[in-house]
Design a binder for this molecule. Structure first.
Ligand SMILES: Cc1ncc(COP(=O)(O)O)c(C=O)c1O
Length: 473
């Protein structure tokens, strides 16, 4: 049966009509049906905008105001939003009526995408498992590591973020995410990031299956010392453990290389996890690439041929989005672009440091950028620093992101809990005018932040008090 029994054309669901009929009801509905606390938090900092259009590096709200998106959906929109080429390929695919998720078959599209991903690896990795998210990729990597080595221990780093499912949460280095969800997976042990001695000491226990690490930590934008990742992988191998490279955020070109580990020359990762940008910003997808011997240990017999799998793994639309994404990254030279514009932003921001006391450091690799604030030297500004940190340890960077959105129409985020870092994850399609837009706006915000007492601090103090009142309830 192909007809849909619709008597009247006007009875058909029209998404356009549905959106138009309910325009501006976002937060009301979020509060009623999804997450009232999130709705309240967004309203408190003035982020309760209703975006109705998106293209490239820009968003437009219901009033027609244009915003520069320096957050790109936590790094999903490497290609920018609604990339016309991905859209064209997806529409073309939908019209082919090609099958998806037959399950008891070998889908052609996943084989093609796996081959394209393998070609882009800096060292040989042999087999690919497709997931629907980054954390599902980490779950896969944990399972593979334990199965392949026969050992229980998983090492993770302080401040690490690998997702919020149980396995990945068990590797989370931030107490704020863990609190209330205990107990976690057993034998997951935290070591300091960028500390080879601590790593070696942990590996010496002899029961470690793997170290899971981000090549650049998303929470705080922490870049390890030169040589750390290469040496960490070598040490893991010396002690019979795997090195698992979580490139969910930093990979797929964001840092100016396909994988962020490439900045260190040869890092012999046993498992690489990708996601976010691979989706083209359209269809959730992730990929776990691993060495042959690991795969052979997990899928060791015909009875175990699907011992790790997932219903939506290798869905055709996701595979098509991935293929289109890789094609666009290459043809539009977007990885080189990430490096060029990352350097323009990073160097432009660095130049501001001598002029502004609160500005401590700018860290970046390509378009993964952290702007860190630190205690000022003058007495007057010290008071602002102290007052705000006493109210809440995560409050200070809001002094930048709130006016950036409110007055300059730029969307950014704070890089984590209890740190004073603003993070930029712009799409790779930004241009010179966007870099100018950001640098001029950020400078203006810094000028305001360095006026104490002043309007910015009044707003923050109010927010801080509100947060404290909520907590006390
Ligand atoms: C490095 C890293 N790993 C894993 C994840 C989890 O990915 P997802 O949110 O798609 O589950 C994230 C998400 O931000 C991430 O940044």
């Amino acid at each position: 049966m192909t007809s849909d029994n619709v008597k009247n054309e006007s009875d058909r669901l029209s998404i356009r009509k549905l959106l138009d009929a309910h325009v501006g009801e976002n937060y009301e509905r979020q509060a009623a049906h999804i997450n009232p606390v999130a709705a309240r938090a967004l309203k408190t900092i003035g982020f309760d905008r209703c975006y109705v259009r998106a293209e490239g590096a820009y968003l437009w709200d219901v009033a027609g105001t244009q915003y520069l998106d320096m957050l790109s959906g936590y790094g999903v929109f490497g290609l920018g939003r609604n990339h016309p080429e991905v859209s064209r390929v997806l529409k073309e695919f939908l019209d082919t009526r090609y099958p998806s998720l037959v399950k008891l078959d070998a889908p052609l599209l996943s084989g093609l995408l796996a081959e394209e991903l393998k070609k882009r690896m800096p060292h040989p990795l042999d087999f690919v498992f497709f997931t629907n998210s980054g954390s599902e990729g980490i779950e896969t990597a944990i399972k593979y590591a334990r199965c392949a080595t026969g050992r229980p221990g998983i090492l993770y780093c302080s401040k690490a973020f690998h997702g919020l499912t149980y396995g990945s949460l068990s590797l989370n280095g931030d107490e704020n995410f863990r609190h209330g969800f205990e107990p976690f997976l057993t034998d997951c042990r935290k070591i300091p990031y960028d500390d080879l001695e601590a790593l070696e000491q942990a590996l010496r226990q002899g029961d470690i299956a793997a170290l899971v690490a981000e090549p650049i930590q998303g929470k705080g934008v922490n870049i390890p010392s030169s040589g750390y990742l290469r040496e960490a992988a070598r040490l893991c191998h010396e002690h019979g453990a795997l090195f698992i490279d979580d490139e969910v955020q930093a990979g797929m070109g964001r840092t100016g290389r396909f994988l962020a580990i490439e900045h260190e020359g040869e890092v012999d990762a046993d498992i690489v996890v990708l996601s976010k940008t691979l989706s083209g910003g359209y269809v959730p997808v992730g990929a776990v690439l691993c060495k042959k011997w690991i795969h052979e240990k997990v899928f060791s017999s015909m009875q175990r041929s699907v011992v790790h799998s997932s219903t939506f793994s290798e869905g055709s639309l996701a595979m098509v989005a991935g293929l289109a994404t890789l094609d666009i990254l290459d043809r539009q030279h977007l990885i080189q672009r990430a490096e060029t514009f990352g350097n323009q932003l990073g160097e432009g921001l660095e130049k501001l440091i001598p002029r502004f006391e609160f500005l401590k450091e700018v860290r970046w690799r390509g378009l993964m950028i952290g702007i860190e604030f630190g205690p000022p030297s003058s007495l007057r500004l010290k008071t602002a620093w102290k007052v705000i940190h006493k109210l809440d340890k995560s409050l200070f960077p809001q002094a930048a992101i709130i006016p950036l959105l409110d007055e300059h129409h730029i969307l950014t985020q704070v890089a984590g809990n209890d740190i004073d870092v603003v993070k930029l994850l712009p799409p790779f399609v930004i241009d010179e005018s966007d870099v100018q837009w950001f640098l001029e706006s950020f400078e203006a915000v810094l000028v305001q932040m360095h006026k104490f007492p002043g309007a910015v601090w009044d707003v923050l103090t109010d927010i801080g008090r509100m947060v404290l009142t909520q907590r006390a309830r």
